[in-house]
Ligand binder design. Structure first.
Ligand code: FES
Length: 120
């Protein structure tokens, strides 16, 4: 069962990165859904790498948190579209990409910036 983690309301005004989760709470091959000032952000750790993406699928908005992982690919639960987490691309139509956010580790916490979407 995917755990929805609250918090994320207190912005780090210095740099707009919001602490959302202890780094050690995100295990390899797992996903955690967090809410950052109204934006649903899915944190994913695969192959030792962390990704912070908008939980809403660019196709029709289904939540990736109900989907699954296949290596570095995340699969949407609604229509099984497969998006590569490293490139953001939908495998069948590379122009369609995930929305990803910048993140960093600060004092053992994963901090995410939702103000600006990151470029792929
Ligand atoms: S809503 Fe995600 S594949 Fe259709």
């Amino acid at each position: 069962m995917l755990e929805v983690v609250g918090g994320g309301n207190v912005s780090d005004h210095e740099d707009m990165f919001v602490p959302v989760l202890d780094e050690n709470e995100l295990n390899e091959g797992s996903m955690k859904l967090v809410n950052i000032e109204g934006t649903p952000v899915l944190l994913v750790k695969v192959l030792g790498e962390i990704f912070a993406i908008d939980n809403r699928c660019p196709h029709m908005g289904c939540g990736f948190s109900g989907g699954s992982l296949d290596g570095d690919v995340i699969i949407c639960p609604c229509h099984d579209w497969r998006f590569n987490l490293k490139t953001g691309e939908y495998e069948e139509m590379p122009d369609m990409t995930l929305v990803k956010y910048e993140w960093k580790i600060k004092a053992g916490k994963i901090c995410v910036k939702v103000e600006d979407e990151e470029e792929w």
